[in-house]
Design a protein around this ligand. Structure first.
Ligand SMILES: Nc1nc2c(c(=O)[nH]1)N[C@H]1C(S)=C(S)[C@@H](COP(=O)(O)OP(=O)(O)OC[C@H]3O[C@@H](n4cnc5c(N)ncnc54)[C@H](O)[C@@H]3O)O[C@H]1N2
Ligand code: MOO
Length: 439
């Protein structure tokens, strides 16, 4: 079967499990079972983007209080909290205070400028000509038009505390406090209800942090498919040095990372000699949603996978793929719907088969949406008259070039590579090639 068709068979096989709720801290790599919507606007309150003074109207301004991150909205409810003024320019830590109990005035329609927000009953606002000292992230009092950073403010001599904006040009920046400057208004990033991430998005660290920022403690995701691994071959050993007639298992160690990154839960199944009955028995084990068989895909006397699949009444959906390396790979469906992926025994051929059939079926069952293909211009890539070639490459300027060391029996090239390039048959040397993760 042609390489792209084989990948599509795997990528469209089966359906993801029913949604589950998973704590954020455990949700890395899971796929969203539905869209992730904003629970609150962002920012969720008018907040200061700078340390300085929240000012109302034109300057100079009398400083009537102080509000720090974590303080409640000044003037939102009840009478103002009385306090004492700090010394000129003092920036001591403490809770937010109003130095004058009546500093904030009830909002009236006349106090609101044209185009300002609709007055809310009970809200008290900072009147024009006044300011509160404010910390980055603190709630901006209603009525404030801008935040004047400390660096752009001049404290005026005299009683109480008065500030003025530094003249334009004196600081090398625009010192004036003008409408909205350094205030992050409620909802200016996105309003509540915005679809932030689509169903099927795989949760990355940034996606998890975004979910946390809007208030999620758990996320609704698809369960990870369980992927069992069967390693076959009498000559394959799990530890120690290779020696004549004995090879180290170089596929078993490749798979857990590939499976986990595709959104699956890797579980080691078993190691088998070259035994048809034992292989059929292992395929009957229902502990996995996908069974990967390493080796035994070919036609040799000891290659029992095809016979064992017959024994368990599996339907073979992909039997060989027109690609190099990895042509003996296969994909089969067991009668109960579990999938079987057969990886050739040569380790680089196994990796190629894993990115062709295993990764797509795991992503599909994990509920991941199809990804946008990554492509790049390729240089000096080998192509074949009939087969797709999968070539370990590294980035080089504006494209990719082969790294070499890519014979079927070795993963050296893959381990050196930035990616695997998919080179179609009779590639023209010009069309960008698709890049797959090299594991
Ligand atoms: N008559 C034919 N013979 C072969 C063909 C063919 O088309 N006609 N295809 C060749 C190709 S291409 C490949 S790839 C292999 C696939 O063989 P199997 O999947 O049956 O794998 P084995 O025969 O068990 O092993 C092949 C090779 O890989 C080594 N091996 C196996 N498992 C591991 C492992 N876990 N880690 C490291 N190395 C492993 C094994 O010792 C053999 O050297 O068939 C060709 N033959
Ligand atoms: O698939 Mo075999 O692809 O060359 O080693």
């Amino acid at each position: 079967m042609e390489w792209g068709s084989a990948r599509r068979v795997a990528a469209s096989y089966g359906t993801p499990g029913s949604p589950v709720d998973v704590p954020l801290a455990e949700a890395l790599g899971y796929a969203l079972a539905g869209p992730l919507t904003a629970l609150v606007p962002s920012p969720s309150y008018d907040s200061s983007a700078m340390d300085g003074y929240a000012v109302a109207g034109p300057g100079p301004w009398r400083v009537v209080g102080r509000v720090l991150a974590g303080d409640p909205t000044p003037g939102a409810a009840g009478p103002a909290e009385p306090g004492t003024p700090p010394g000129h320019g003092a920036r001591t830590a403490g809770t937010g205070v109003l130095f004058e109990p009546d500093a904030l005035i009830p909002q009236s329609v006349t106090a609101a400028e044209p185009g300002a927000r609709i007055p809310q009953p009970g809200v008290r606002i900072l009147p024009p000509g006044t300011a509160v000292e404010i910390a980055t992230g603190a709630v901006v009092p209603p009525g404030a038009d801008a935040v004047l950073p400390y660096e752009d403010a001049v404290v005026l001599p005299g009683d109480g505390m008065k500030i003025e904006s530094r003249p334009v040009g004196e600081t090398g920046r625009e010192g004036r406090a003008h409408g909205g400057r350094h205030i992050r208004r409620t909802g200016e990033d996105y309003p509540a209800g915005t679809v932030l991430l689509a169903e099927g998005t795989a949760l990355t660290p940034a996606a998890l942090a975004l979910a946390a920022a809007t208030g999620y403690d758990t996320v609704r995701v698809r369960p990870r498919p369980r992927v069992g691994v069967i390693v076959t071959g009498r000559e394959v050993r799990a530890s120690g040095l290779p020696e004549p007639g004995r090879v180290r298992d170089a596929i078993g160690p490749l798979l857990p990372g590939l499976i986990a990154r595709a959104g699956g839960h890797p579980r080691f199944g078993t190691r088998l000699g070259d035994d048809r009955a034992a292989l059929a028995e292992a395929l009957r084990d229902k502990g996995s949603d996908v069974v990967v068989v390493c080796g035994a895909t070919s036609v040799g006397a000891a290659d029992h996978l095809r016979a064992a699949l017959k024994d368990v009444d599996a339907s073979v959906l992909v039997s060989g793929v027109a690609c190099r390396p990895g042509h003996p790979q296969l994909f089969a469906a067991l009668p109960d719907g579990r999938a079987v992926v057969g990886l050739p025994g040569n380790p680089f051929a196994a990796l190629v088969a894993a990115v062709t059939l295993l990764v797509p079926v795991v992503e599909r069952l994990a509920g991941r949406a199809p990804r946008r293909p990554r492509t790049a211009r390729g240089r000096d890539l080998p192509s074949h008259p009939r087969d797709t070639r999968v070539v370990p490459v590294r980035y080089d300027g504006d494209g990719v070039v082969p790294v070499g060391h890519d014979r079927p029996g070795t993963l050296w090239g893959a381990a050196l590579a930035d990616a695997l390039a998919v080179v179609p048959p009779r590639w023209d040397g010009d069309t960008p090639v698709e890049l797959l993760s090299s594991g």
